[in-house]
Design a protein around this ligand. Structure first.
Ligand code: ADP
Length: 225
């Protein structure tokens, strides 16, 4: 059965990490709008050039641009049997546009990774990512932190451009204003599930997998929208 999953949660909640793990497990693509935008910046495309300044300020790229990017990606063949959306939708307008894109596909399952703001600020302040492959460094991997090299590809570890303190504060403000209302938008659905994101990554991954199974049984039962 096709599986379409949305990962909600504030920046630094662990959405990307969990989305990647779950996508591998289920053999469906992870569609991360943050990664796609960072790739566009690196490649110097027109979208990338325009997005860079917005991302560096911690603001949101326009709904119109984001919906187009995601729509094109979801319509590729490899997403036919499902996908995991990480970082999209980020506004209620994006969520509404997504409904239209998903017509005729398996219903959306919504996983909300819940982490309090104080923990988010702490995590983002110390987060390191690989400048080459974009993977987050494991904060418990002492060798990687000592050498400042990525354990996967050997690339240099560095702070993400938008993880400095003032931009993090702006991203959290933007999250509260634009993205937190999405929880209200989805909360009443039978396929909405909240997961405690303060637990260790393995525990979050196991809980997430259980919650997806439980939400899927609602879909199979036919009562989901
Ligand atoms: P995080 O979840 O850690 O805040 P992401 O990697 O998902 O970061 O996104 C980084 C930046 O990319 C955002 O701050 C925003 O500027 C832009 N972005 C990503 N996804 C979207 C989206 N769906 N709508 C608008 N802007 C987006």
């Amino acid at each position: 059965m096709a599986l379409n999953l949305i990962m909600l949660g504030p920046p630094g909640a662990g959405k990307g990490t969990q989305a990647e793990r779950f996508a591998k497990l289920k053999k469906i693509p992870k569609i991360s709008t943050g990664d796609m935008l960072r790739e566009a910046v690196k490649a110097g495309t027109e979208v990338g050039l325009r997005a860079k300044a917005i991302m560096d300020r911690g603001e949101l790229v326009s709904d119109e641009v984001m919906v187009k990017i995601v729509q094109d990606r979801i319509n590729r063949d490899d997403a036919r049997s499902g996908c995991i959306l990480d970082g999209f939708p980020r506004t209620v307008a994006q969520a509404r546009a997504l409904e239209a894109v998903m017509v005729g596909r398996a219903p959306l399952i919504v996983i909300d990774i819940v982490v309090p703001e104080a923990e988010i600020v702490r995590r983002l302040g110390s987060r390191l990512i690989c400048a080459t492959c974009g993977q987050n460094a494991d904060p418990t991997d002492e060798a990687a932190l000592r050498t400042m090299r990525c354990s996967r590809c050997g690339g240099v570890l560095a702070q993400r451009a938008d993880d400095n303190e003032s931009v993090v504060r702006e991203r959290l403000k933007v999250y509260q204003k634009n993205t937190a209302p999405l929880v209200e938008y989805y909360r009443e659905r039978p396929t909405y599930r909240a997961v405690d994101g303060t637990k260790p990554p393995d525990v979050v991954a196991a809980t997430l997998a259980e919650e997806v199974e439980s939400a899927k049984s609602v879909v199979v039962g036919g009562s989901a929208l």
